[in-house]
Design a protein around this ligand. Structure first.
Ligand SMILES: NC(=O)c1ccc[n+]([C@@H]2O[C@H](COP(=O)([O-])OP(=O)(O)OC[C@H]3O[C@@H](n4cnc5c(N)ncnc54)[C@H](O)[C@@H]3O)[C@@H](O)[C@H]2O)c1
Ligand SMILES: O=C(O)[C@H](O)COP(=O)(O)O
Length: 634
């Protein structure tokens, strides 16, 4: 998209809590008073005065002098402050150093802060030193701050207005800041627009009077069609992370400037239908169901991240038809599930759970009856995918004989023996372990009939999905002794949060280990997932790559270089690509790379083009019949 770099408006930027994430004077107080018993109290007093000034609740000039009186700082503390502030520059200003440098003649910092710490920080990002207007400290012979330059207009009430009037800027003047005094530049008529900057703090009183709420500097640049680091401001893209995904995920999105909302538990369908309306990326685990109805409400949704292996909780086809890519973490918790299965199998076959429970009741029952080794026993795996095969390796290392049944042809690992039917497998196994996925067709695939086919005294494990097993049938099989021990991690209904109680017919049965769906809940697995899934989602958002998606045509794209990338998702019907290419030809667009992949529902075309194109061309592409979604990256 052509963007303006010539003749941008004059941009008046506030420093504290806008250009940087923090308030300089508050931080200076914290540094100067380090080690003092009064530090917290004085810093709090200074913060309070700062906030009152920012919200327009107190005379700025009075507040400033009170703050200076409370400060016990000197020149060396200012050096430390500058070092600290360099690490606290707002991310969106950091990202747009090029714009600040290239447009330095049009950019001013007008601040009630102090030049001594603003100039070194702002000039590093391209701001001209002589375009920084701020207060100045007065020092005594020992370098202690003893006051401020009383002649400086910025030390007076309405100082920013007086200063801007003196600058006599001609043309459009836009002010960006988080405080009421920044808004007053617009109120006075000296600035034509006021942008409330909310990347660091949100002040409702200030937001209420703004022409526009700039969630980041990219947002401001986007609003003014100015050149910027992000084709579309990420601060306008909402990410909703549910089910307490690892904090690494939150960090990954926040670092790139996305607007992230974090929810600890799952949401039910009604809640989700409401919350998803303005969300572009959603992260869930196994408990959140993304149904067709939810997707019908998800007008802006571009990608879904399942922070787990299973994706049966998502209507994958419906998502694809709507151009929404779904990613999961297919291997990050595989090992964790296998280790839990092995641990449970050994404890159950030794009848340890019963013994442990008895011990808690004060019963000492030392006996070998009903306790066995796993060595030499036959383990039968239903489902021989990632978890099944990994368990196969570990079980063999324990000296077990491995049998498996999978409905698709699978390569046997080690000495594992493939069985042609589920029935055959159930008939030979001493331990039956389920590792199928949660597709609908697998609902209650293990019921009374299947338990009856198993050996007497079998050990039964389900760490796959709850609905795969008929729970009353399992409970009966345990009560009758058919199943000598069971480990169950997943249930047809699972509490939504840790606050809800767990109800099941399996509660209280002997030699049954019940766990709250924690097969994949290890610190290692969750951290891996917290990195892996955002990585996939960000690649899709930033680059268009869909490699690893479970419902989308997979393309691994090269990084964008000196081109703009057009991503077009369309219904997989004949002729769309030809029509698309016709639009390119007609508009004389120079194509530097083109990629296409389709699946049964959609086609995904990615075209890298030269930067010279018109709005009309983009409009034509958007309006092409069959288009589901279209976006542009650069
Ligand atoms: N308890 C937990 O915390 C936890 C953790 C991770 C995964 N899981 C569950 O485990 C499942 C399996 O994980 P995976 O990584 O091994 O998946 P996978 O897709 O690699 O393997 C599943 C295998 O099951 C087979 N299968 C499916 N239905 C079958 C049927 N009716 N009969 C025979 N074979 C059938 C498939 O062909 C496939 O080979 C996941 O889908 C998930 O639901 C649970
Ligand atoms: O599919 C999975 O990976 C597991 O069921 C784990 O799900 P969870 O992240 O909701 O614990």
């Amino acid at each position: 998209m052509p963007t303006l770099t010539l003749n941008p408006p004059y941009i008046i930027i506030d420093f504290d809590s806008t250009f940087t994430k923090v308030e300089g004077l508050d931080e200076l107080a914290a540094i100067a008073l380090a080690g003092s018993s009064q530090r917290d109290q004085i810093v709090e007093e200074i913060r309070d005065l700062t906030n009152k000034g920012m919200n327009g609740e107190m005379s700025f000039a009075e507040g400033l002098r009170k703050r200076i009186d409370l400060l016990k700082a000197n020149k060396s503390h200012i050096d430390d402050l500058v070092t600290f502030l360099r690490t606290k520059v707002s991310d969106s200003f950091l990202r747009n150093k090029q714009f600040l440098t290239e447009n330095a003649d049009h950019i001013f910092i007008v601040s009630s802060g102090f030049k001594e710490f603003i100039v070194p920080v702002a000039t590093e990002l391209g701001v001209r030193a002589d375009h920084v207007y701020a207060n100045e400290f007065r020092f005594d012979a020992e370098g202690n701050i003893v006051g401020i330059d009383e002649e400086n207009v910025l030390s007076t009430d309405g100082g920013k207005i007086k200063l801007l009037a003196q600058l006599k800027l001609e043309g459009e003047v836009y002010a960006i800041g988080d405080g009421y005094t920044d808004y007053q530049l617009k109120e006075s008529g000296l600035a034509s627009r006021f942008y409330a900057f909310t990347e660091n703090v949100e002040r409702p009183k200030v937001m209420a009077v703004a022409d526009h709420i700039a969630t980041s500097f990219d947002d401001f640049l986007y609003d003014n069609k100015l050149s910027r680091s992000q084709s579309y401001p990420k601060s306008r893209i909402k990410v909703l992370l549910l089910e307490n995904v690892h904090p690494a995920a939150l960090r990954a999105f926040e670092e790139q400037g996305f607007n992230v909302e974090f929810v600890k538990g799952a949401l039910d369908e009604d809640e989700l239908c409401e919350r998803i309306k303005d969300v572009s990326i959603i992260g869930i685990r196994s408990k959140t169901n993304i149904t067709k109805r939810v997707l019908e409400n998800a007008n802006r949704l571009m990608a879904i991240g399942a922070f787990c292996i299973g994706t049966n909780q998502i209507d994958l086809d419906e998502a694809a038809k709507r151009g929404i890519a779904v990613f999961n973490a297919p291997y990050s918790n595989t090992r964790s599930v296998v280790e839990l299965a092995v641990g449970e199998m050994i404890l159950l076959i030794r009848n340890t759970v019963t013994k442990s429970n008895q011990m808690h009741q004060g019963v000492w029952d030392k006996s070998a009856v009903g306790s066995f080794e796993v060595r030499g026993k036959k383990i039968g795996m239903v489902g021989y995918g990632s978890i099944g095969t990994q368990l196969s390796v570990v079980a063999e290392a324990l000296g077990m004989q491995v049998y498996f049944y999978d409905e698709v042809e699978k390569l046997s690992i080690g000495n594992a023996r493939k069985m042609n039917t589920l029935e055959e497998l159930l008939a030979v196994a001493d331990v039956v372990s389920l590792h199928v996925d949660g597709r609908k067709e697998n609902t209650r695939m293990i019921g009374k009939r299947e338990f009856d086919m198993m050996k007497d005294g079998v050990i039964f494990l389900n760490l796959s999905r709850g609905h795969v097993v008929d729970i009353p049938a399992l409970a009966e099989a345990v009560r009758s002794g058919k199943v000598a021990g069971a480990g169950v991690d997943v249930f047809p209904y699972e509490p939504k949060t840790n606050a809800e109680s767990f109800e099941s017919e399996l509660r209280g049965l002997p030699n049954v280990i019940l766990t709250p769906h924690i097969g994949g809940s290890t610190e290692e697995a969750q951290e891996n997932i917290g990195h892996f899934v955002p990585g996939k989602l960000l690649e899709f958002m930033n680059n268009g790559s869909s490699y690893g998606s479970v419902n989308f045509p997979e393309v691994q794209l090269p990084k964008l270089k000196d081109s703009h990338r057009l991503l077009h998702i369309h219904a997989n019907v004949p002729g769309v690509l030809a029509k698309l290419n016709h639009i390119f030809g007609k508009n004389n667009i120079n194509i530097t790379g083109q990629y296409l992949k389709t699946n049964e529902h959609i086609g995904y075309v990615i075209v890298d083009i030269d930067k010279n194109y018109t709005e009309e061309f983009i409009q034509e592409v958007k309006e092409l019949e069959g288009t589901i979604r279209f976006r542009m990256l650069y």
